[in-house]
Design a binder for this molecule. Structure first.
Ligand SMILES: [Fe+2]
Length: 345
């Protein structure tokens, strides 16, 4: 079965409604347009099966807990997503069933670590990985131009030439492109080696979009600014880091650091588990619990979350409160586990 794919926003920032067999997937929704999407679902008489983000966006606000509940369908993102709101994490090679069709996941890290594309019935939802004649920028936190080049050239450009590409953005009013056109004519990728592509992306020097700080912190954490009191992104980015290997060595040594896990309680005891001995103080409870935490202000503290984004925010909040020795576990519990670190639940 071949799904239908429609763009719902009519703006440079694209949201797609994919429909097959009476079921729908909403891809990259904008938080302030949920009423439009619900009206569209009702008008077409289809049931919303999945809400999917192709990556952690920096240019618009993603779903909140309430918005997700109002849509009433599971929220899907790649495993590398830092968000605590994701109901189903998917990886390269996974497929999401949709009314007799399926959406196949291709991991395409580069624009962000959690970028992915979806293939269904001769179409590719390319997120910000392949744009029409272009590619998503790779200068946001966690961006990697080399990884993006590899994913695009080995995974996307090897799809059938006629595959119709639905990009996450277009600033010139265009709707789609094809894999063949992009492979042959993309102003970014065509005719460039990996090194040339990396050099090109490093030379772009693009301005930061409006409110990038707010959007990233909200989208990475699932919290509103007033719930957390976000520090500036530069403060969070300046935090010292510790690798999983370094942490493992330190935990086995004489003076182990205090581990402070800032995820949600259900994540702490959930599928990923936590590093043994961790204190749990969710990010949005940090300010409230500060009086008690101040007893640790002179200790070395390693802040921990799923992917290292919320913990960077938490670490910056703690430094601002006077804590003297804060380190962020690089890559979070995902990286800890990937390096063979033990967890408990
Ligand atoms: Fe993006």
């Amino acid at each position: 079965m071949t799904p239908t794919i429609d763009e719902l926003n009519g703006t440079p920032c694209k949201t797609y409604l994919v429909i097959a067999g009476g079921e729908a997937a909403l891809v990259d929704p904008l938080r302030d347009r949920l009423d439009t999407y619900r009206a569209e679902l009702a008008r077409r008489g289809v049931a919303l099966r999945w809400v999917i983000d192709t990556h952690t966006h920096a240019d618009h606000l993603m779903l909140t807990r309430d918005a997700k509940a109002a849509l009433g369908a599971p929220f899907v993102m790649h495993t590398a997503s830092p968000s605590p709101l994701v109901d189903r994490h998917v990886s390269d090679g996974d497929a999401l069933a949709l009314g007799g069709a399926s959406l196949a996941v291709i991991a395409t890290p580069g624009h962000t670590p959690d970028s992915m594309c979806l293939v269904t019935g001769g179409a590719l939802l390319s997120g910000d990985t392949v744009l029409i004649g272009g590619s998503g920028r790779t200068d946001f936190p966690g961006g990697d131009a080399g990884a993006q080049y590899d994913a695009v050239t080995t995974r996307l450009f090897t799809l059938p030439e006629g595959t119709i590409v639905y990009p996450g953005h277009d600033y010139k009013g265009r709707a789609t492109t094809t894999i063949g056109d992009e492979r042959r004519h993309s102003a970014r990728y065509a005719g460039r080696t990996r090194d040339e592509y990396v050099a090109l992306m490093a030379s772009l020097d693009l301005p930061m979009p409006d409110k990038v700080q707010l959007a990233l912190q909200v989208n990475q954490s699932g919290f509103e600014p007033e719930e957390v009191g976000f520090p500036r992104v530069e403060e969070a980015a300046a935090l010292a880091e510790i690798t999983p290997a370094e942490l493992a060595a330190r935990l086995g040594g004489d003076a182990p650091p205090v581990l402070l896990d800032v995820r949600e309680p259900e994540e702490f005891v959930g599928e990923l588990g936590h590093v043994e001995g961790s204190l749990l103080v969710p990010l949005d409870a940090l300010a409230r619990r500060m009086p008690k935490l101040l007893g640790y202000a002179d200790r070395e503290i390693v802040v921990v979350c799923r992917a290292g984004a919320r913990s960077a925010t938490a670490g910056a909040i703690l430094e601002r409160a006077g804590f003297r020795d804060i380190k962020n576990l690089a890559g979070g519990v995902l990286a800890w586990r990937a390096s063979g670190g033990p967890v408990c639940r």
